[in-house]
Design a protein around this ligand. Structure first.
Ligand code: MN
Length: 228
């Protein structure tokens, strides 16, 4: 190991259901506008030739069950509940039909968003980094290996203080998981440790300090946090 001038960052990781092992996180890709009802509520256009992407640093990861400090620079922090795909192989421009071979597993995640900053960025044609890629902005539950869950009929939902705010079948995604993995692998070589947050259904809304968020996908560990 080289002699670093200070201790290197801790490797971000996630728990694995039914295992003592951890999943080391490399990159976090996110898909935007992937449920038609959410595209409509955001005033966007659903007709596109390919998914749109943005990223969050792996160091924005917050473990499910931990409190999320209300972030600075915003008065409009929003929840977005999402299915998370965990990559376990190397993929460059793979076919849709081969996507499953590089999917290690799945999880439930919250793409926390400073909506006011995102709206300013959208209006000005500026990047989304400050609205999406900030401390504790990716909250993800324990991952489940792909062979231990069947998601074809599963639904995704989010409750805030026991009131359902978002709910949709996963089948309502504009771009399916194989579509996304295949397309993303034409833009990046995917490696084990890469996560993909696959977009959120309608019902996004603001949260305030004290709110308790619980997100679920049938068959997966729930994601949970409290805003403090
Ligand atoms: Mn999102």
């Amino acid at each position: 190991m080289p002699d670093y001038s200070f201790a290197p960052p801790v490797q971000p990781d996630l728990p694995i259901t039914g295992s003592e092992l951890r999943y080391p996180v490399r990159r976090i890709f996110c898909v935007g506008r992937n449920y038609a009802d959410h595209v409509a509520e955001m005033g966007g256009d659903a007709g596109r030739d390919a998914p749109i992407y943005f990223t969050k640093s792996a160091h924005t990861l917050l473990q499910s069950g931990q409190d999320m400090p209300y972030p600075p620079g915003t008065d409009d922090l929003h929840h977005e509940i999402e299915l998370v795909v965990a990559i376990g192989g190397t993929a460059t421009a793979i076919d849709r039909a081969d996507a499953a071979s590089v999917i290690w597993g799945y999880g439930v995640g919250l793409d926390m968003t400073r909506r006011d900053l995102q709206n300013v960025a959208k209006d000005a044609g500026q990047p989304w980094d400050t609205s999406k890629d900030f401390d504790a902005a990716a909250i993800i539950a324990a991952l489940t290996p792909a062979d231990q869950v069947q998601l074809s009929d599963a639904s995704i939902r989010l409750a805030v203080n026991d009131t359902t705010r978002q709910e949709s079948p996963l089948a309502s995604m504009v771009w399916s998981v194989p579509d996304i993995v295949a397309n993303l692998s034409t833009l990046y070589t995917l490696y084990p440790g890469d996560l993909i947050m696959t977009g959120t259904p309608a019902g996004v809304s603001a949260v305030v300090r004290g709110d308790v968020l619980v997100g679920t996908v049938d068959g997966l560990d729930p994601v949970q946090t409290r805003i403090v």
